[in-house]
Design a protein around this ligand. Structure first.
Ligand SMILES: NC(=O)c1ccc[n+]([C@@H]2O[C@H](COP(=O)([O-])OP(=O)(O)OC[C@H]3O[C@@H](n4cnc5c(N)ncnc54)[C@H](O)[C@@H]3O)[C@@H](O)[C@H]2O)c1
Length: 389
């Protein structure tokens, strides 16, 4: 067993993602025992009192505070997870970086490419490693797909197709939380889901350098939420007052890649049918492959003229063997976050960037910004390229 040192963790905002980060830090060393660091949950921050009680009594934090600044000021905190609503990301990230603490931040990193650039540049200037919640990269089937493409198993990529269709806002009774407000979220489904799709395409097929896009808002008004703790999945009542949805529910992009390949990216938060239907298809001159998050452990591969065959994730595919010893035993979403935590912890321990980085998030944000400008103008947009590792 490797010599370990302990690393103090602060997690800011203990909603869906904050709880997941907290679990993932603890699970990381069980699955990656060679990690030279052992995460210790020092302090959680959340304005909601019941959530703070959960953080100490259930999640295992030593203490919980209402104000995130206490996390950054705590000398026992070495690294910080930022799992807050989007409008807090930039403020918290810049303060954490200023305090010299590496960050693991949820996507979309900033509300705009400009905010994302600021965070990525600040971390680079301080020489800090980062991690971003592009968790779909870590699915073992995706790791295998990336290797197959790199090894030429499907020939030269001709086109890609990513469609991230979810139903989390399909119910018009879904509350008007921060996600639907420009000031607090930035874009809508573009930042929320299409950023994941853009990252996956770039992870496997290389840089996207031009886009044209259209967007639509399907549900124009929603019930106002009761209280700040309303989440993604909170519902209003028929007689609740309503407010305006300020960002897009749906987006479709045509894209050109630096390699010359072309493709389509699509995202919806109001699809009725797909629950979390996040699919990626890569077509090449000698075959193709496709994956869907709803079937996390399967990869469909066509590498001859006989059509697709189903390949189950198994030991040898990415980090699968860290979780299950035999093929066909399913992994889940939490496991993807555990892999992300292990990459972050390893990055911090070695000072080498292994996890999806702030620069990757900035790059995805440039695609989102280009799509918004294109949707408003009807013109193709060149995507500004990011010049950081
Ligand atoms: N990687 C992924 O697949 C994925 C999935 C879901 C969400 N996200 C991202 O994670 C982030 C959080 O989303 P979520 O679904 O966990 O949200 P959530 O609504 O479940 O939780 C948000 C939490 O923030 C807290 N909060 C509100 N104001 C705060 C403040 N001033 N200071 C500190 N905490 C405050 C709330 O009390 C709540 O506990 C978002 O950026 C979102 O885009 C990523």
């Amino acid at each position: 067993m490797a010599q370990t040192r302990s690393l103090g963790v602060g997690v800011i905002s203990i909603g869906w993602m904050g709880r997941l980060h907290s679990r993932a830090y603890l699970a990381a060393r069980q699955h990656f025992p060679e990690l030279p660091v052992r995460a210790e949950l020092v302090v959680a921050a959340d304005p909601d009192a019941a959530t703070r009680a959960l953080a100490t009594e259930v999640l295992g934090f030593r203490e919980a505070v209402a104000d995130y600044r206490e996390v950054l000021a705590n000398a026992a905190v070495d690294v910080v997870s930022i799992c807050s609503p989007n409008f807090l990301h930039r403020e918290i990230a810049l303060a954490a970086i200023e305090a010299g603490k590496p960050i693991w931040i949820e996507k979309p990193m900033g509300r705009s490419a400009a905010e994302s650039a600021q965070i990525a540049r600040a971390a680079a200037a301080r020489g800090l490693v980062t991690a971003v919640g592009f968790n779909y990269r870590h699915a073992p089937a995706i790791a295998r797909a990336r290797e197959l493409v790199a090894d030429g198993a499907i020939g030269a990529i001709t086109n890609v197709r990513a469609s991230f269709l979810a139903d989390y806002s399909a119910d018009p009774a879904g509350a008007l939380t921060w996600r639907f407000q420009q000031e607090r979220a930035g874009s809508g489904v573009l930042g929320d889901l299409l950023s994941h799709a853009a990252d996956l395409v770039q992870f496997i097929a290389g840089r996207i350098d031009a886009v044209t896009a259209l967007t639509s808002t399907v549900i124009a008004e929603r019930p106002l939420p009761r209280g700040d703790a309303a989440s993604h999945f909170s519902k209003g009542r028929d007689d609740d007052p309503r407010g305006k949805v300020e960002n897009e529910d749906y987006a479709a992009l045509l894209v050109r890649l630096e390699s010359g390949a072309v493709g389509t990216l699509e995202a919806s938060r109001v699809a009725v049918g797909p629950r979390a239907g996040y699919s990626l298809e890569i077509y090449g001159t000698a075959g193709s492959l496709r994956w869907d998050f709803e079937r996390l452990n399967e990869l469909e591969l066509a590498d001859d003229a006989s059509g697709y065959r189903r390949v189950m994730a198994s030991p040898g595919f990415g980090e699968f063997a860290r979780f299950q010893p035999g093929a066909g035993t399913s992994m889940g979403f939490d496991d993807l976050k555990t892999i992300e935590a292990s990459l972050f912890l390893r990055s911090v321990a070695e000072g080498i960037q292994y996890a999806p980085s702030a620069a990757d998030a900035w790059s995805a944000a440039e695609i989102v910004d280009a799509a918004l400008v294109s949707a408003a103008s009807g013109q193709w947009r060149t995507v500004r390229q990011v010049a950081l590792p």
